[in-house]
Ligand binder design. Structure first.
Ligand code: HMG
Ligand code: MG
Length: 302
């Protein structure tokens, strides 16, 4: 295995979008600043979606503006349509992410339109982004199962990946939104997608609902994928995906990769401090197994 993995930190967006306790703009900015200082130089910081749909992501423009002084980092934001693109650009976005689903049921629940209609909404976003020199990442949700439609065929994921790639997305992030995948299914799905989009243009965005995310990531790394979306502390989930819990925890991913001799550039000690600070804001301990283990060790040694 090549020894470089790029982590895209999801904490401030996917991580906070499902939290009941509102997190202030100041705390969101401080979270992003701390994550970059930890060594996580690519961070998804917010979403330009309807504040009625996802109130937690309201004021993402203020968050993006608030971190504009941070150098050496790349900030991503979600945009579902041209309205979101306009707002994201006005706030200075240089990288935006469109998000589609491999299942009709989730597409309807999440963004209130069919898969085909979502592609039509993305077309002007991608055309304008190209003209503006803005990079566009493409997500596909429910690649290993849908809370509404059940099993998803790898071909459905592969076809949609091809469509997003042909539209001009520079990378396709494959979301196991409800964390139901298992390693051999993840491998089968990735092999189908790789026939359409090269492995070095793919990312894995696996939620850890059933505790399978690390095993699925390992299977995906064996298929040559080297970009991993994860969230500090294992925060995350989508309010429109019943049963979905957090992203795979950044601590758990870093521990696994470094244990395998791969370099992540992440300072685990500082990451733990950052995760613990957000856990105080949210009033609950982190779900990350590695963060819990390191916190317990600290208490034992103190
Ligand atoms: P819609 O109702 O079809 O849109 O919603 P509409 O164009 O009919 O507009 C309805 C209202 O939304 C209007 O406001 C618009 O102005 C407003 P009103 O007149 O009612 O006051 N609106 C917007 N406001 C702000 N920003 C916008 C925007 N667009 C319309 N960009 C829409 C369609 C997509 C907007 C809506 O369904 C929505 O915002 N959904 C949120 C979806 C979302 O953020 N989900 C979570 C993120 S995806 C995820 O977590 C999965 C991922 O992590 C990968 C994985 O795990 O699988 C990425
Ligand atoms: Mg997600």
């Amino acid at each position: 295995m090549s020894d470089t993995v790029r982590i895209i930190e999801m904490g401030p967006r996917d991580g906070l979008q499902n939290e009941k306790i509102p997190v202030s703009v100041e705390a969101r900015i401080a979270f992003v600043e701390a994550l970059v200082a930890v060594g996580l130089s690519t961070v998804e910081v917010g979403a330009f979606v309807s504040p009625k749909a996802i109130p937690q992501m309201a004021s993402s423009d203020q968050v993006l503006r608030g971190v504009s002084h941070v150098t050496g980092a790349e900030f991503h934001v979600l945009v579902p349509n041209e309205k979101g693109y306009d707002a994201a650009r006005a706030a200075g976005a240089q990288v935006v992410s469109v998000f589609a689903a491999a299942s009709e049921g989730f597409s309807r629940a999440n963004i209130n339109c069919s898969i085909a209609d979502s592609i039509e909404r993305f077309k002007p976003v991608l055309a304008r982004a190209k003209a503006d020199g803005v990079k566009v990442r493409g997500y596909i949700s429910c690649v290993l199962g849908c809370p509404f439609d059940g099993e998803i065929k790898p071909k459905a994921v592969a076809d949609l990946a091809r469509t997003l790639w042909d539209l001009g997305c520079y990378e396709i992030s494959l979301g196991d939104t409800i964390g139901v995948g298992t390693p051999l299914k993840a491998r089968e799905m990735l092999r189908a997608v790789k026939a359409e989009v090269a492995a070095d243009r793919l990312a894995m965005h696996f939620h850890d609902t059933y505790g399978q995310a690390l095993a699925n990531l390992y299977a995906g790394m064996e298929e040559g994928v080297r970009v991993i979306d994860s969230a500090a502390g294992g925060l995350g989930g989508c309010p429109y995906a019943p049963g979905a819990t957090g992203n795979v925890a950044t601590e758990d991913v870093v521990y696994m990769l470094e244990g395998m001799g791969m370099k992540t550039g992440v300072d685990m000690e500082k990451l733990l401090v950052t995760t613990n600070a957000m856990s105080v804001v949210l009033g609950k301990p982190p779900v990350s197994r590695v963060a819990s283990a390191l916190n317990a060790k600290k208490i034992r040694n103190s």
